[in-house]
Design a protein around this ligand. Structure first.
Ligand SMILES: *[C@@H]1O[C@H](CO)[C@@H](O)[C@H](O)[C@H]1NC(C)=O
Length: 371
């Protein structure tokens, strides 16, 4: 079995599979515990090296140094759970993976990572870090992955290296994302910034300017609407467990390349007609556990839509053309998951032809579980 964190990391790094399995109950895939499985990272590091992104290895006959209490092996330095208050000063310069998770670090100082120009991944998860010197990350010119979840950051760290592809700052104290917070970062895979007390007004104009990004998660925050001006080119946007009230006409206009959109567990009562029109590439839409009174308009026009979660809403009626277009050949992929349970629908009034563009009968979860 793969360690959980590996699954996670793949989630962030790989393109969406063409068919999606049917987990009607979301198991909170990203709800991992407070630690990161370093074996998973080492595996990934090795894979990346096979793919040729490796830095040349030098033959070093002498015994390299290793910070007191840490374990050093093949450019992996593990210093987790040591009660450290600061980053050790004698980390070998050839280190590729530095694991400092679950310590008592409160501050990252200017020279903490000096000379670590080969570092690929830095794990700072589960410390008490609230201050990061603005120049601290500048030496990390090859860093791809920064894991900073479960700390006390109040802002996105400054001067992140342009090589960064994955940033996890889940569960911190971030309320504001400053204009240009990600400037200098070109093209990234994944930013996970859920469980921060951030409101829509917390994103300053231009917060994401210049950033290209595939996957963004801002779940479990304090959003009351879909944020504007998120990064360009998003394929996945996860905004579940917020307080979003409605989807308005222009809200999704900038996010045309979305494949997956997660808006479950919000307070959505209203989806303006036409607001989903922009999402012509959408594969998967999560709207479960809201207060939506009807099947949103526009689903039938989405050629590639395969999974729609609408369970636990306030839908009382399903029309024969809510999901499927009129006429053949319009829809390129059939649905393989539609969930409608836990809605006040009179199921016997729904005509079977409503689901004429569904791959098989098992793909529709109906049954009324309302208490
Ligand atoms: C559900 O919809 C009905 C009208 O169809 C409305 O009276 C009721 O207030 C709605 N319930 C919620 C929780 O929004």
């Amino acid at each position: 079995m793969l360690p959980f964190s590996v699954v996670l990391l793949l989630l962030c790094a790989t393109p969406l599979p063409t068919t999606v399995a049917l987990p009607f109950e979301q198991k909170g895939l990203l709800d991992y515990g407070k630690s990161i499985n370093v074996e998973g990272l080492v595996m990934m590091l090795m894979n990346d090296e096979e793919e040729g992104s490796a830095v040349e290895e030098y033959y070093k006959p002498e015994q390299p140094t290793c910070p007191f209490g840490c374990q050093c092996n093949q450019n992996v330095v593990q210093c987790s759970d040591l009660g450290l208050h600061y980053v050790p000063y004698d980390i070998p310069p050839e280190t590729r993976l530095l694991d400092l998770q679950s310590n008592q670090i409160t501050e990252i100082r200017e020279d903490d990572f000096k000379g670590l120009s080969n570092l690929y991944a830095l794990v700072l998860v589960n410390n008490k870090i609230s201050r990061v010197h603005p120049r601290a990350f500048m030496p990390l010119k090859r860093m791809h992955k920064l894991y900073f979840s479960h700390n006390q950051l109040t802002a996105v760290p400054k001067n992140l290296p342009s090589s960064l592809v994955e940033l996890r700052i889940h569960d911190n104290h971030i309320k504001r994302v400053a204009s240009g917070a990600f400037s200098g970062l070109g093209s990234m895979n994944c930013i996970e910034m859920g469980r921060n007390p951030i409101q829509n007004s917390g994103f300053e104009p231009g917060a994401f300017d210049g950033l290209k990004l595939t996957f963004l998660r801002i779940s479990e925050a304090k959003l009351t609407g879909i944020p504007k001006d998120l990064p360009e080119g998003l394929h996945e946007l996860h905004l579940d467990h917020n307080q979003i009230q409605a989807i308005e006409l222009e809200d999704l206009r900038q996010y045309e390349s979305l494949h997956r959109l997660g808006l479950g567990y919000n307070h959505i009562r209203h989806i303006e007609h036409g607001s989903l029109y922009y999402l012509q590439n959408l594969r998967e839409l999560h709207l479960e556990n809201n207060r939506i009174p009807n099947v949103p308009g526009g689903l039938a026009g989405m050629k590639y839509l395969q999974v729609v979660y609408l369970h636990s809403n306030n839908i009382s009626q399903v029309d024969v053309n809510d999901f499927c277009p009129n006429g053949f050949g319009v829809k390129k992929t059939y649905y393989n998951g539609i969930s409608l349970f836990d809605n006040p629908i009179n199921y016997w009034e729904v005509v079977p032809a409503t689901f004429r563009c569904v791959s098989n009968r098992m793909a529709v979860q109906f049954g009324n579980h309302k208490k």
